[in-house]
Design a protein around this ligand. Sequence first.
Ligand code: HEM
Length: 455
Amino acid sequence: ADRVLPHPPRRLPLLGDILDLHVTESSQWAMRDAQRYGTMFERNVLGTRVTYVSGPEEVAAVNDEAVWTRLLGVPLRDLRSVAGDGLFTAHNSEPSWATAHAILAPAFTQSSMRRYHESMIAKTALLIDYWTAAGPDAWLNIPADTNKLTLEIIGDVAFGHSFQSFDEVAPHELIVRISRMLKYINRAAYSHPALEATVFRRARNQHRDDTAEARGLVDDIVRARRVDSTAGRGDLLDLMLSTADPATGKRLSNDNIRNQILTFLVAGQETSAGVLAFALHFLSLRPDVVERMRSEFAAVCPTGDLQFEDVGRLRYVRRVVDETLRLWPVAPGYFRKARQNTRVAGHPFEKGEWVFVVLLQLHRHADWGDNGHEFDPDRFERGRVPHNLAHLYKPFGTGMRACIGRQFAYHEIVVALASIVWAFDLKPDPSYTLQVEETITLKPLALRLKAKRKR
Ligand code: HEM
């Protein structure tokens, strides 16, 4: 559609705004450009028009499910080579999405978290032992260790598998391959096939090999479960093998089940681990926040033995998580596609055109007040949140295709943060300044802390 939006000034013939593209930090770059060019701006990338929205008015418009729908954007489309028609990478129209959503959604309600609570507690205890054994003077590799935790939790809950993350020195093969695939996809997202076939040929071949091997490893797990169906203790794999969609009677195919497991490993691990790492970064700098978390914990759970019911009462910890997700939404944005000709903030969009919602910037919009760049959990106190919160805060996406794992993530993150803060005093590295790494999701680069056992 004909519209004139702000864009970077150095536009080249054919290549467009390519000088303005930073492939390894694309979301943070979109945030900086949004601060320069406003709540709706565009880039032309090798002839493709990319529109970025980051104001509540624009986001309210594109979140309207009657007019817009989820788009599997470029980096996510490439993830289909890994997770196929799994929930996250399925197209809206793919029938296997509806079947899998109907079968799996009941396992992700808030009350279903009761089933996973013990696993979350037990795996968190392993992390606490691991850090205790390291001793108070060791620099802990925080993003690596929070990844171990969320991997152990999702492995156990999804398919009753431990990757022995806290015992082995090197990460499990499946995890090495998955992280390498995500890195590759993140870098190659806006690349050209000719470039991938030459300059990046080795990486591309490695990617193909990783994809095949990762699928094989998960297929082995599914096959073993089919043989020994008593092994599952009612995990997600059991559910997928034994349940049909109540509305249609349809079941999930073997390939689809494998894709769901890879999806949970990809969508459910790096995200929660990133939130934990960012939160620990802030907590290491804010003893006042830590003290409030501890007094809440002591009041809610005097025995120190966190029960399922207690987790919902840790209101302040929840605000710490919400505030972490505001400043560093680990899924830094999402794509929306127009289902019909429409307008956004007065500008015309044709059916099929799409936008990227820059959560990093939306979450720092002026409507959050003038301290939007500061970490302040109290801004999530009831009565203090902005009146238009529904259009200012979308860390889990929107609509039908919003995150299925939202309650899961909150439960595991609240359990882990509360337990860690109860057990340790955290010490920052005085020379550290936060640098954010993007591998589709965000994490604090090379964050290290010391943890001294308290009790
Ligand atoms: C979808 C964020 C944790 C599973 C999404 C989307 C976002 C998101 C923004 C929508 C993406 C889009 O519109 O393109 C997050 C964040 C998490 C988190 C910030 C942690 C704090 C989890 C966990 C799981 C999970 C723990 C699984 C256990 C999924 C799945 C989808 C999804 C399966 C696709 C849903 C569908 O399209 O049907 N997530 N997620 N996520 N997430 Fe999460």
